[in-house]
Structures are given as structure tokens and as C-alpha cells.
Design a binder for this molecule. Structure first.
Ligand code: WT7
Length: 634
């Protein structure tokens, strides 16, 4: 989407924000990190508790398999929970949660730790040990972070599958991760309706019979099938004596190597097979703790709300781990932003006195449609900083967010990063002058560059491929079980540098403007989907012979999925069939993947080697020049 135009406007952060910012000078930090990358990150790592100090900050002897804080021992949970329990923070709220139905639950650090310890004991009693993968497929409930933290605590590797995904997506992820234990809910509330998570899990498990145990949290209360010997209720397990160890509710936190895996998270790429991005205990902790502290400037007394889903990397880094590392108070909401009315978010900002709000442009655009009257009913004066993530924010949405929500007092931190980067990479700091639609500058220690086709830096103002030239502590370490794909996907396009998959432009002031994906990835409402995944879901329907998916601009979603389908002999195009196919994709992958439009076609533009030329489809749909067609088969 290239609707984001460079704008001449410059917004200076308000003096209030600057006066109390955790960071005083971007330039100073950037210079320090440039001069001494290892010293810079070592100083940040010192802020966390290590059970044994590292021998080396960065090991780059086997590029691109970088290692950070080698020899160091810690556990991210030791820093998220354990260390707070011996301080006054034991009684501070770690989590405030509101259900879509208005339920309110709060957890102090003490209470959160108690639940995590009990659940860790439950997992241990099921035989889950260090290095085992556990799939978590839940709604947005407090037990989701509890389950993640419990896995991390015992050294197991969690694989959270977003609760909006469906049967095939879930099945593929369970299978690839070889999880023996899965955790789910009976259902989740979304928009006043129940998403039947357990039912989807059951269907997925029919295709993955190796799973031994399923733990089911009761949230929505409808009847669900429980398979004897395989399925257990969360509340039954938590009531067993086994949930309590000899030391009360304490359960020992496993001592991990800095480089031990913490979690894997599947994300879409160029093939139909999603890849599991692997993150670690040590470097990831240092990266996300540091970025959250500096970018969103969290203060001890702040209430932080990251409105993403915990099932995506944004939630992993900045709902679950980041805020707890800083000992912050985090707010989490279960449901839809417009339920029951479009003031839901704003009423919660007022009710809980939220100080920092971080969300996606699609949410802003969606809420903007309902007009200013909804937010204007509420006292939003607690807000100090705002944030944006997931896709480029168009200047209109930026200005609305800034004026109507932030009352022109709150700077907007437009953070560019990825599942793979783990942490913010190109982002303003509270002291940065902002240009609406630009993610501004690389975080200190990050070296970003825009390359042409041949790996040469382009001139200011020109568009090219966004690359990262220096390693960073929260970087992905590999793709689970597929190190070759890690190398080919990220480090081969331009040898020795990390290729992001995005195109970007740097203006003459050095500001970065992210344009969008240049690979076969579509960002729909900030969600990342692979064209190949959508195509294979379509082709799995008996009526479909071939399919192609592309993204086209959409006012609220940023991009919408448009598909082209060749039917098998004996099937005729019809409205009914089109609806059935859209439904089929939603059933297989999830409602977010439901195509906006399906066009039945007799043929698809292909190269001589048979590869679908999606750019030709896009150009035709947008009425643009079709570009170089020399490889197009007649
Ligand atoms: C892709 C990564 C990072 C958490 C959520 C998404 C796009 C992300 C921005 C931004 C413009 C952005 C990029 C990137 N993206 N943030 N601030 N401005 N584009 O993680 O699902 O791995 O997607 O999201 O295209 O490559 P993800």
C-alpha cells in the first residue's frame, strides 16, 4: 500500500513528555551503540537479574546464527515475576483484565506468580519438561499469559496459536511443533458471540492424533466434548494437591542458558507452510525490556494498555513479557473494540485511567468511522503517550488519533518491527520530532538501510528494500527445525544482511517511511497472511482447480484479500459457490483469511515455469501498467 505520502508536517513532542522521558537524547544513545554495540547492550542487560553472568555479549563466529549473552544463565520468568516478589511490587497490580461481558479480574504480582506456579506444577505433573513444545490456543483471557509464563518457568517452549485461526491453521502448527500437550478454552467471547475454540481444537486433533493431553479452561460455559484420558479441565487440575508443591504454591524456576529457546511463534512467509520463529530467554528479554522502557516511557505508576492479541508477537513482547520485566501494570481486554458500542475502548481508558495506549492503525481507522462523539463522551486526560504498530499508519488516521484521542498532547510512537525482530526496530522515542506516517529512526544499535535490486544503498527519497545490517539481541535465532530456510529466507537475498521483506524509503532528514511487503505476504488489518496459505485453503475445496490470492487496498483493513479461482470441470460459477468458498477459507484458516472477493476466471497469468504472476493480477485489478511481461506464458 503506497497511500502513505511523505508529509512536511513535523510534530514536536510536548514539553511535559520530554521533561519526564526516560531517554534524554536519541543521538547520544545512537552514537554509543554505533561505537560499541556490545558495550551498549551489555549495559542494558545489567538491568536484569542473571543467575550467572555471560562470558561474551555477542558471538558472531557462525553467521547468521548469532548468539547473545553466551554463557549467561537466567530465566525470563525470574525477571518477570520472581524478582518482584521480594520487593514492594509484590502487592502492585501486574494485570487488570476486563471481559467482553464486563467481568473484571485483577492480579497482583503475588497473585499472578501464584497462578503461574500452580500451573507450572500441573504441566510438570503431566510430564512436560525442558525443551518440550506446548501449543496454546485460547481466547484473550488472563490464563493465556499464565500458561505462557508457566511454560517458560519450567523451560518448556510455548507455541501460541492466535485464537482467530481455525482448524487447518491450528492443525498444521500443532503438527509441526510436535506438541504433546495443548491448552485451550471451551470458547472465547468476541462481538457478543462465542468462538468455539474447543470444538476447533477437537477437529484439529482428529488430524493430529499424537497429542496426549488437552487442558481446557472454562470461560463461556457451553457444553463441550471432553475425551476421557485426554482432556482435563483447567480448574480441576489447579485444585489438585499436585498443583501445590511442598513449599506452598512455589514452583522452582528452571535455570536456563541465555540462548535456550523461550517460544516459537508461527508466521506467514512465501510458502504455504508457516514458519516457526524461535526466540530465546536472554537476548529477547534484554531487547524487549529496553525498548519498552525507552519508547513507551513506562513509569512505575503508569497503566499500560497494549490492545493487540497475546497470540501475536506484539502481545508476547509487549503484553506478556515486556511489562512484567519492567514491573509495570498492564491492562488487557477480551473482546471487540466496538462491543456493545463504539465507545468501549474509550470507556475503558477512562475507567482504568490508562496512561499509554498501543494499538494498530486498522483499529484506529475502524473506530474513526464512528465519529468523534464516541471518544468525546469520555475523559481521556490520563493518556500521555500513544502507539501504533502492524502496518503503515496513514496520515489521516494519525492526525485523528493525535487530535481526538491524544488531544494533541500525546506523541504517537509508530513502531516498525516484525515477529522475527522480537522488539521495536524503527521507532520514535518520546523525545523525537514526529512526521505522521513515518516510523522515524532506527532504535539505538539498529542499522537500517534501503537497498536497490543489487544491494546498493539508494539515494534519499528513493524506494527500495529495507534491510538490517547489524544483529540485535531479540532477533530470531532460527526457524524451528529448518535452519536452511532461516538462511535462505532472511540472509541470502543480500548476503550478510537481514532482509525484512518490506520496501521503504528514507527521506532527506533520515526518516524511514515503510511502504509495505514486497514478498507474498498480505497484511490484513495488521494480520500477516501468506498468499500461498490462502491459495492452498481454496484448492483444498473439491470445486477448485487453481487459485491465486492478492492484497488490494482497503479503507479500514489496509489490505483486503482478493482471490481468483479456476473451477474444476463440472462446477459452474455462482453466487452460492462463491459464498461457500469464502466460508471454506474461514473454516480452514480463520475468519481473518476470508477473501473479500472471489473472481472466477478461465486462466491465471503464469510464468513459463508455472508460477502465478500475482503482480500482474494486482496491476490489472488496480488498472496500473502491467510491467515487464517477458516471462509471462501466452
Ligand atoms: C510486518 C511484520 C511487529 C508486530 C506486529 C506485526 C508491517 C509492522 C509496522 C509499522 C509499517 C509495519 C511490516 C512488517 N509493520 N509495523 N509501524 N509501519 N509497517 O508483526 O505480523 O510479523 O508483521 O508488519 O510489513 O514486515 P508481523
Amino acid at each position: 500500500m503506497s497511500s502513505v505520502r511523505e508529509s512536511a508536517e513535523l510534530f514536536a513532542p510536548s514539553p511535559d513528555v520530554v521533561a519526564q522521558a526516560n531517554v534524554t537524547s536519541y543521538e547520544e544513545l545512537a552514537r554509543w551503540a554505533e561505537r560499541d554495540l556490545e558495550g551498549f547492550w551489555a549495559a542494558q542487560a545489567e538491568q536484569f537479574v542473571w543467575l550467572q553472568k555471560w562470558d561474551r555479549v555477542l558471538d558472531d563466529s557462525n553467521k547468521p546464527f548469532y548468539k547473545w549473552f553466551v554463557g549467561g544463565k537466567t530465566n525470563i520468568v525470574h525477571n518477570c515475576l520472581d524478582r518482584h516478589l521480594t520487593t514492594w511490587r509484590r502487592n502492585k497490580l501486574a494485570l487488570i483484565w476486563e471481559g467482553e461481558d464486563g467481568d473484571l479480574r485483577t492480579f497482583s504480582y503475588h497473585a499472578l506468580n501464584r497462578e503461574v506456579c500452580k500451573f507450572a506444577n500441573v504441566l510438570r505433573s503431566m510430564g512436560v519438561t525442558r525443551g518440550d513444545r506446548v501449543t496454546i490456543y485460547m481466547g484473550r483471557v488472563p490464563e493465556l499469559p499464565i500458561a505462557m509464563l508457566a511454560c517458560a518457568k519450567i523451560g518448556a517452549v510455548h507455541s501460541v496459536v492466535y485464537g482467530g485461526f481455525s482448524v487447518e491453521a491450528l492443525h498444521g502448527r500443532i503438527e509441526d511443533s510436535q506438541s504433546n500437550v495443548c491448552i485451550t478454552c471451551d470458547g472465547g467471547y468476541m462481538n457478543g458471540k462465542i468462538v468455539e475454540l474447543k470444538k476447533i481444537m477437537d477437529e484439529a486433533l482428529k488430524r493430529s492424533p499424537t497429542v496426549e493431553h488437552v487442558i481446557v479452561l472454562r470461560r463461556t460455559g457451553q457444553d463441550v466434548a471432553m475425551e476421557a484420558g485426554r482432556d482435563y479441565w483447567w480448574h480441576d487440575l489447579m485444585a489438585l494437591p499436585i498443583a501445590r508443591s511442598a513449599t506452598g504454591n512455589r514452583s522452582d524456576t528452571a535455570v536456563m542458558d541465555a540462548e535456550d529457546p523461550l517460544y516459537m511463534l508461527y508466521t506467514s512467509g512465501t510458502t504455504g507452510k508457516p514458519k516457526a520463529i524461535l526466540h530465546t530467554h536472554g537476548g529477547y528479554m534484554v531487547g524487549i525490556g529496553t525498548t519498552l522502557r525507552w519508547v513507551f516511557d513506562l513509569k512505575e505508576e503508569d497503566r499500560w494498555w497494549c490492545a493487540a492479541d497475546p497470540g501475536w508477537v506484539t502481545g508476547h513482547s509487549y503484553i506478556v513479557y515486556g511489562p512484567l520485566l519492567l514491573g509495570a501494570t498492564s491492562f488487557m481486554y477480551e473482546g471487540a473494540p466496538t462491543y456493545p458500542y463504539p465507545n468501549r475502548w474509550w470507556s475503558m481508558v477512562e475507567k482504568y485511567g490508562i496512561n499509554v495506549l498501543y494499538c494498530a492503525p486498522t483499529a484506529i481507522r475502524g473506530l474513526m468511522r464512528f465519529g468523534e462523539a464516541w471518544p468525546n463522551r469520555h475523559d481521556l486526560s490520563s493518556l500521555r503517550l500513544l502507539g501504533s504498530v502492524g502496518e503503515p499508519i496513514n496520515p489521516e488516521a494519525w492526525r485523528w488519533y493525535h487530535r481526538v484521542i491524544g488531544k494533541e498532547r500525546c506523541p504517537i510512537m509508530d513502531t516498525w518491527w516484525q515477529t522475527e525482530t522480537g522488539m521495536f526496530m524503527i521507532t520514535p522515542l518520546p523525545v523525537t520530532n514526529l512526521k505522521p506516517g513515518s516510523a522515524t529512526y532506527p532504535f539505538p544499535g539498529v542499522e537500517a538501510e534501503v537497498y536497490d535490486e543489487h544491494g546498493k544503498p539508494v539515494a534519499a527519497g528513493e524506494e527500495g528494500y529495507l534491510v538490517l545490517k547489524r544483529p540485535w539481541p531479540a532477533m530470531l535465532r532460527t526457524i524451528y527445525k529448518d535452519p536452511d530456510r532461516y538462511v535462505s529466507q532472511y540472509w541470502s537475498r543480500f548476503p550478510g544482511v537481514y532482509f525484512t521483506g518490506d520496501s521503504a524509503r528514507r527521506d532527506s532528514d533520515g526518516y524511514f517511511w515503510i511502504i509495505g511487503r514486497v514478498d507474498d505476504v498480505i497484511k490484513v488489518s495488521g494480520y500477516r497472511l501468506g498468499t500461498a496459505e490462502i491459495e492452498s485453503a481454496l484448492v483444498s475445496h473439491p470445486a477448485v482447480a487453481e487459485a491465486a490470492a492478492i492484497g488490494l487496498p482497503h479503507e479500514v483493513k489496509g489490505n483486503a484479500i482478493h482471490t481468483y479461482v479456476i473451477l474444476r470441470a463440472g462446477h459452474e460459477p455462482s453466487e452460492g459457490l462463491m459464498e461457500m468458498l469464502r466460508q471454506h477459507v474461514a473454516h480452514e484458516l480463520g475468519p481473518i483469511a476470508r477473501p473479500e472477493k472471489i473472481t472466477f476466471v478461465p486462466a491465471l497469468p503464469k510464468t513459463r515455469s508455472g508460477k502465478i504472476m500475482r503482480r500482474v493480477l494486482r496491476a490489472r485489478a488496480l488498472g496500473l501498467a502491467e510491467g515487464d511481461l517477458t516471462t509471462l506464458e501466452e
